[in-house]
Design a protein around this ligand. Structure first.
Ligand code: MG
Length: 159
């Protein structure tokens, strides 16, 4: 059995927050606002994986009202989501993600993100793809007010 899932996430950017994307620290004067570390990349991938297994969404499993997830390392949440899937016999095959961020450029960090995310999911590096683009100075991403991520995940289970 093979299933595909899609996930998206968007976080407002504000001063006084560290920017962590794909589990990697990004040098920036703003960072994503959120109950956890605000890692929109990890969050989009979690939703894609949960969606593929028809297991609801990140808010159902890691509610932002739960003090356990305050300031949480989102890679730990990703790991937990994969463990949930594995406990039901699902195995992630591959993940593809696009990040929309106006600045800074992420081109030199994509490899590190893919490695960190792959390790968190227990996947080979070549099964994780990270792409980045800007918002072309349009909308909230383009104005530097937000970071957004889009992900798809493929999972399989043997009969
Ligand atoms: Mg989020």
């Amino acid at each position: 059995m093979i299933r595909v899932g899609v996930g998206t996430d968007k976080h407002r950017l504000s001063g006084g927050r560290k920017m962590i994307l794909g589990g990697v620290h990004v040098e920036a004067i703003v960072g994503p606002v959120g109950h956890s570390d605000g890692d929109a990349v990890a969050h989009a991938i979690i939703d894609a994986l949960l969606g593929a297994a028809a297991q609801g969404d990140i808010g159902a499993h890691f509610p932002d009202t739960d003090p356990r997830w305050k300031g949480a390392d989102s890679l730990a949440l990703l790991k937990a989501a994969v463990e949930l899937l594995r406990s039901q016999g699902w195995r992630p095959i591959n993940v593809d993600c696009s990040i929309h961020l106006e600045r800074p450029q992420l081109k030199d960090l994509k490899e590190a993100m893919a490695r960190r995310l792959a390790a968190a999911m227990g996947l080979p590096r070549e099964c994780v793809s990270i792409k980045a683009k800007t918002g072309e100075a349009l909308d909230s991403v383009g104005r530097g007010e937000a970071v957004e991520a889009f992900a798809v995940a493929l999972i399989e289970k043997s009969d």
